[in-house]
Design a protein around this ligand. Sequence first.
Ligand code: B16
Ligand code: MG
Length: 216
Amino acid sequence: MMKGFIFDLDGVLADTAKYHYIAWKQLAAEIDITIDEAFNEQLKGISRQESLERILAYGDKSSEFSASERFEMAERKNQHYVELLEELTPEDALPGVRDFLKAARKHNIPCGIASASKNAPFILDKLAISDYFVGIVDPAALTKGKPDPEIFIKAAQLLAIDPKEAIGFEDAQAGIDGIKACGMYAIGIGEVEQLRGADRSVADLSELSIEELLRL
Ligand code: B16
Ligand code: MG
């Protein structure tokens, strides 16, 4: 029996991946690195600092910046991203999200957040869905990011269930890999052909029936 749902945020509950891309593209342009959407796929689910490292490696500039310069660059990207997030409204929840969360509540199924984003609480508030979640894993407290399963194991702990009793929802390959590494059932969201190893794939949460998932 499935006893809990664990959600990634960017790309699963909110269409914020496009804002990360805009903000990273600008930061990269400032240091003469051009990134495109194909490269951006590699940043999904990856922490802010690690994303910057990947961009610098892609532009062959890994050795050009000190640790404090890198920190400042990641801060600058985040300031731009947070400015873009100011535009978010409850209408920016992805299709099916609100109905799915309401149905989970009706069935007394606890929901948790396993997002690499330090902005997750702010985004959930903007979407007016914070109250549906029993727990949000603090990404600052992780020793390893996705694809390590740590964030999903911690999310299951917050729901007081075993990872094998949870369904994880993810839009990124790193996330699907983390979900599967702790024995959770994985549902891939979005451009599904890119997600290897998902147990099931859908375009968005509107395609799923809670009753059916609870019978898994
Ligand atoms: P922040 P998720 C991830 O969120 C994003 O997919 C990734 O692009 C981003 O770099 C990361 O959060 C950190 O976000 O800069 O806001 O702390 O997909 O794990 O919900
Ligand atoms: Mg995501």
